[in-house]
Ligand binder design. Structure first.
Ligand code: FE
Ligand code: FE
Length: 196
């Protein structure tokens, strides 16, 4: 039954919609829609700031729960890196003359809850736990990759290459972390987990 066509793309136009009319020859920063875009951008920075702060607290718990020393070391390393991501965001807020304020990120809250659930549902000392922790951590990294990728593009769009550069630095580290986790999973964890 392939009859009905879905109604034209839903998304109620929000106020962030960009008007196509005005020429953008002069890059004055006072156009109202640019300010709205900037407000939206800052709001999203507050969201990822919250996410990083809570991740920095969750990673040591994941480190403690991990079975293999390799995974524990990866979590320890990324705890330090996450603290650097927090400082980088504080630098970004400063560059934008904004107060560094964290605003609850429901997505990260959910992902971290999931990680806790995996720890509860798996036995200590097993590699099934590590496989699960890697899954949880990679979901987090992918969330961060999506966020920093988009925010870096937003910053560029606003003509803030300085901010974009900082966000791209963090983005690169999130990608490295994701690859490192894959290496551990494929190196021995998954295979041994499957054999448990
Ligand atoms: Fe991060
Ligand atoms: Fe990360």
């Amino acid at each position: 039954m392939a009859t009905t066509k879905a109604p034209a793309k839903t998304a109620a136009k929000k106020t962030t919609a960009v008007k196509t009319s005005s020429k953008s020859s002069s890059k004055s920063s006072s156009k109202p829609e640019e300010n709205e875009f900037q407000d939206f951008f800052i709001d999203e920075l507050k969201d990822i700031y919250w996410a990083e702060k809570h991740l920095a607290k969750a990673l040591p718990k994941m480190q403690k729960a991990a079975t293999s020393p390799e995974l524990a070391a990866a979590f320890e390393k990324h705890t330090l890196e996450t603290q650097a991501h927090i400082s980088t965001l504080e630098q970004v807020f400063e560059l934008l003359d904004e107060k560094a304020v964290a605003k609850k990120c429901d997505a990260m809250a959910g992902l971290l809850e999931e990680a806790e659930g995996i720890i509860e549902d798996t036995d200590e000392g097993t590699l099934i736990r590590d496989a699960g922790l890697i899954l949880a951590a990679q979901k987090v990294e992918h969330y961060e990759i999506a966020t920093y990728g988009t925010l870096a593009v937003f910053a560029k769009t606003m003509g803030r290459d300085d901010v974009a550069e900082l966000l791209v630095q963090t983005l690169a580290n999130e990608k490295e972390t994701d690859v490192a986790l894959t290496t551990i999973a494929e190196g021995f964890v998954n295979e041994q987990a499957a054999a448990e």
